[in-house]
Design a protein around this ligand. Sequence first.
Ligand code: S3P
Length: 406
Amino acid sequence: MKNAKKQPLILKSGRCGALRGEVSVSGDKSISHRAVMLGSIAHGETLISGLLEGEDVLSTMAALRALGVEIAKEEGVWKVQGVGLDGLKESRAVLDMGNSGTSARLLMGLLGARPFTSHFTGDASLCRRPMGRVITPLMQMGVEFSSTEGNRLPLEVKGPAQAKAIDYALPVASAQVKSAVLFGGLSAQGTTRVIERIPTRDHSERMLCHFGADLHIQQEDGAEIISIRGGTALTGQKIDVPADISSAAFPMVAACLHEGSEVRLNHVGMNERRVGIVQSLIDMGASIEIINPRDVCGEPVADLVVRGGKLKGVTIPASRAPSMIDEYPVLAVAAACGEGTSRFLGLSELRVKESDRLTLMAQGLRAVGASVEVRGDDLIIHGTGMPPRGGALIKTALDHRIAMSF
Ligand code: S3P
């Protein structure tokens, strides 16, 4: 029911035995957003299979429909009738991003560079999240922003008659910021360059190439420079969205924690900038077999077989954070059940997700009896080799990844 105040559900979870079987994991959220967005601004039809139909992606779809794009599902395949960048029309309705930071930030880049005004809003959690990180570079491109809430939603975003190409060195390791600038760059005159020192997920770059954008990547002084030339028309494509490794992480951890488990996960996205969770679980002693690695629409994909056993403590360097940023909550659960101390270093970005995930994980783990410390932006978990006692009510702040982890 739209606009009805959501009542929190109380879900109960308890111990189970060994897990055996195959899990079919839903489509990758990051890739789904990008497929709908690029399909909308391409010329011709884009066919998407495996699309994630969660609320976040539906928010992206609703916004693009409000801008004049036809999107419909037929026989399991989503069909996006691309209108070309010039075909997007100003929306009279406010664009409601719901809970989705990816929709908000990427669409601000895509629409902000168009010569019309858009109004963005979101739910209470999204309206608290920082938008200055995309506003700063987009203003350099000529986009104007106004808000009564500082650099937060709700925001009015007014595009210039002609967006300017910029060179932008990312001050935070954020794929959303990188993508916002690249998507804005599609409308700019000339070549926009993004300089990335810490690698973040590159789904936008891969998919832009797949749709025929004029995009090049070069390495310089240890940084990656991504260049995109504005004004090149994209062409509709077929996209097969792989399973989301961030969602696969939940059954993976569950299987790892139960001796005798054997769980198969098929068609999982294995983009090397997303697989920090696999590396971390292997470092903790997990058995994860990677089968039949292949390329699907420009993205690496594989099947995984996860076998249960004992996990041990691990230190995860801050440099690995971008490749597993959404998986820390569930890995914290693994660490609490494993034996020995785990240290997750440099988690400042976890504080600005759908909730302050660093604080909520520490609180929840303590509530179920685990021994946890937060030192600055580091999370330290002292595992006993046994599952914590449980028996607590966990505060999730409506954050799905906190709920699913516990
Ligand atoms: C995303 C990037 C990450 C991630 C989010 C999805 C994306 O955010 O946490 O769930 O699709 O680009 P940041 O770019 O803020 O790190």
